[in-house]
Design a protein around this ligand. Structure first.
Ligand code: IFM
Length: 404
């Protein structure tokens, strides 16, 4: 059994997002999507896990499980319920939330946009509206001015590539569009929106460290033929390179969040653009292929930006918690290996703290270290304790070599 000691300052924690845990996010485009017949959403987010009211107990629980950092999001749809009209009550709510988090001693990573939009912004064209970048920057500036003292780390946008891919090409997130031209346009707007948000946050809260969180699947061609390789190049460009190579200039930010879940095989002949994982790969409740060394590989690719890296999401949807324990060990071992190979990675935030609302898939996939029953009782799983042992000691006793 090998033992790996992480740097003393390494951050350990878990991540959530407002819509997935708070409940009652009725002024958002997602609430509308969940309730509109014919969309891909299978159920309503409803009360989610009522984190909106239970945040203080939730933070105390995570702290007791050894976490020294936590990632969460501020909900734009609550904060700016009408264009340019900000809710004092919403800001005061988030001030209470972030104060409770700071009181536990955990370091806050605060995301400003995690998939959900205010309905009015979506109705005005969302990311394709001519003033989208400025409107988003106005919201970011406001939140940073109001809450910047409680936001040591700010993430502008969660997974811009997935906002573009799921919302504008695959169509199973709002606005439910399946149009390659609009997909490419949305991605470029989101990248520009990140740069605008970095400027806005820095103006309003100069001491906050601002970053972007990108989802980096390890992409491979599903067949060794020209059509497949060329489609692989296109998908890799639109999902990975556009964003990583686009992080240039003074407004690129201070750090980069890497979110890794799986290896994916692109397939130009597939109506979903991707092939099923080949035989031999463990698949999650989402049908995703487990491939720990992909995390090491994408950390190396992200390191080419020269920015300090944080793993801001990594996790598995499974009913079998022993799989989660295994996933944690093998993926944290991949982070350790990347560190050992010289990659500047400074933290690991697991997705997710709690079982929660998994977007169009609803509540069926369970990504949490902590289960939540129908009475909102939190029940830490064995994996929460396995992660606590790693987080509290900063030490991994790896039981398996990382899959090559
Ligand atoms: O639940 C999502 C999260 O909101 C963004 N990253 C991927 C997770 C799992 O699909």
């Amino acid at each position: 059994m090998t033992r790996v000691d992480f740097p003393a300052a390494f951050l350990w924690g878990a991540a959530t997002s407002a819509h997935q845990v708070e409940g009652g996010n009725v002024n958002s485009d997602w609430w509308d999507f969940e309730h509109r017949p014919g969309t891909a959403a299978r159920e309503s987010s409803g009360d989610a896990i009522d984190h909106y009211h239970r945040y203080a107990d939730d933070f105390a629980l995570l702290r007791s499980l050894g976490h020294n950092a936590h990632r969460l999001s501020v909900e734009w749809a609550r904060t700016e319920p009408a264009p340019g009209e900000f809710s004092r009550a919403a800001i005061e709510h988030y001030r209470r939330v972030l104060t409770a988090l700071a009181d536990t001693g955990m370091t806050a990573f605060v995301t400003l946009h995690h998939f959900t939009l205010p309905r009015w912004f979506a109705a005005a064209g969302g990311w394709l509206a001519p003033d989208a970048v400025e409107v988003f920057a106005r919201y970011c500036r406001y939140v940073a001015a109001e809450l910047g003292d409680l936001m040591p780390y700010v993430c502008t946008i969660n997974e811009p590539q997935m906002v573009a891919l799921h919302g504008y090409l695959e169509g199973y997130h709002p606005p439910g569009i399946t149009n390659p031209t609009l997909w490419k346009r949305a991605g470029r707007v989101l990248l520009e929106a990140h740069h605008g948000a970095v400027r806005a946050v820095r103006d309003a809260s100069p001491h906050s460290q601002v970053g972007l969180a990108v989802n980096l699947p390890l992409l491979a061609p599903s067949r060794d033929d020209d059509a497949c390789w060329s489609f692989h190049r296109l998908m890799r460009h639109e999902i990975v390179d556009l964003y990583l190579d686009g992080l240039t200039g003074p407004d690129r930010g201070d750090w980069l969040g890497v979110q890794y879940y799986r290896k994916q095989w692109v397939d130009p002949a597939s109506p979903t653009f991707f092939a099923d994982p080949p035989e031999g790969f463990r698949r999650t409740q989402m049908g995703w292929a487990v491939y720990p060394d992909g995390l090491r590989q994408v950390l190396h690719r992200a390191a080419e930006t020269g920015l300090p890296l944080y793993v801001t999401e990594n996790g598995i949807a499974t009913e079998d918690d022993t799989e989660r324990v295994d996933y944690l060990h093998t993926h944290i071992a991949a982070v350790a290996q990347a560190l050992d190979e010289g990659v500047d990675v400074r933290g690991y935030l697991h997705w997710s703290a709690f079982d929660n609302f998994e977007w169009s898939e609803g509540y069926r996939p369970t990504f949490g270290l902590i289960a939540v029953d129908s009475g909102f009782t939190r029940i830490p799983k064995p994996s929460a304790h396995a992660f606590a042992a790693i987080a509290a000691s900063g030490r991994l006793s790896s039981r398996e070599p990382v899959q090559a």
